[in-house]
Design a protein around this ligand. Sequence first.
Ligand code: GAP
Length: 513
Amino acid sequence: MAKQEDQFKKVLSHAKEYGYVFQSSEIYDGLSAVYDYAQNGVELKKNIREYWWKAMVQMHENIVGIDASILMHPTTWKASGHVDAFNDPLIDNKDSKKRYRADVLIEDYCAKIEGKIDKEVKKAEKRFGDTFNKEEFVATNGRVLGYFEKINSILSRMGASLEKEDLADVKALIEELEISDPLTGSKNWTEVKQFNLMFGTKLGASAETAMDLYLRPETAQGIFVNFLNVQKTGRMKIPFGIAQTGKAFRNEIVARQFIFRMREFEQMEMQFFVKPGTQKEWYTAWKETRMKWHLSLGMGAENYRFHDHDKLAHYADAAADIEFKFPFGFKELEGIHSRTDFDLKAHEEFSGKKLQYFDHEENKSYTPYVVETSIGLDRMFLAVFSNALQEEELENGTTRTVLRLPSVLAPFKAAVLPLVKKDGLPEVAREILNDLKWDFNVFYDEKDAVGKRYRRQDANGTPFCITVDHQTLEDKTVTIRHRDTMEQSRVSISDLKTIIDQEVNAKTWLQKI
Ligand code: GAP
């Protein structure tokens, strides 16, 4: 646990020190759970967004993108159910006066039991050595099975109570499990209450005529209300999808863990409209496709898992999360939801406008069902960044900090470094830079010894360093150094573009899907 916290602290300080993420309005002591992306962070974020867009829109003939407004007619949120049901169950500790999400307290309790399972596995691994079969052990060991049973029974009771809005039972569960305030250890809890997460604002100049609005809590509704416009103007045939990336806002009560849970964040969502009755197939297919997208980035299959929901949102008939192993444990990174025809039907009812699809093959109209994939861009940023940050022991006994970002996502693809700041080397280095920058984001650095500059680029996640030395002046070759292996080779300047492109091109990465 201490090791995890340590790693997380390193992630926070590295993100600030290397210009990835800053606290919003830091000079005024910041605004809680609101962050700014700095000069490198904005590039990494843009590259993640583009990698998603390429995979979801450009590579699918039947998926198109839109960019809907953040502000929407307020009835949208009545229809979608957010006004009545977009709540978190909150509980206060009477002694510490701290407020918590009741479901998160219970989930954290279960995560601790999971920790015990991990310990049992590690112990057995040590005992049995090479003959150890993890799957068999987990499926047969009495103590581990007992832990699993306990987790299941807690989570299904919580799911059922939340579903029934039985908040008294959620509190009873917290008391029975003897869950205490994580900060003070106090078990003196209030009742559990529901709290709506939408931010309100006003449209209009005068107080009398101003209209109450909400900042959108998800991008999805901008897609639903535009469903028929896109279908008709794009002559889309079912099954088809509409994708969108953009800001969403939630008045998160327990906002912590850096950019994992923010009040202003960005989503990348895709609504896939299908024939009623086929939603289960599409739900399974999208679960698989999205997991492959994650795996294509090479961040380790062992760091992902599916979590099927016990408690379904008001709109879903099936839902699963893709969880990622963040520095603070496995947590939701992306949601895949089978949203039925709930949203389109609700918007039809509230607007009085038909939102149906005419199926020429079947010669009839129907309301399509929807399978949604929804990932937080900031959460993906944190997954990529925290997974990439490593400290390595080198053979010469020193350590280096290296940010092993997937090169397709790295803010800068290469750094061009003249070995010394004289003899015409900076001029040649700038010529190389000026040529490469048409195709890649490239960095120029001539300050400090070259070894120090390599380390800086390693810590910044730059996949290649190109060094211009005196030999360059004679034979138009440079050394190219690879961030991950630190290997160097001599290559011709004219080959640089091809070498870098092979490594950083989205095609190379996405073809793994
Ligand atoms: N349209 C469905 C929807 O919004 P969600 O599970 O509430 O579903 C989808 O959110 C994704 O958005 C999550 O998996 C997560 O990655 C991201 N997300 C949700 N709330 C967030 C927050 N407060 N801060 C950062 N990301 C968040």
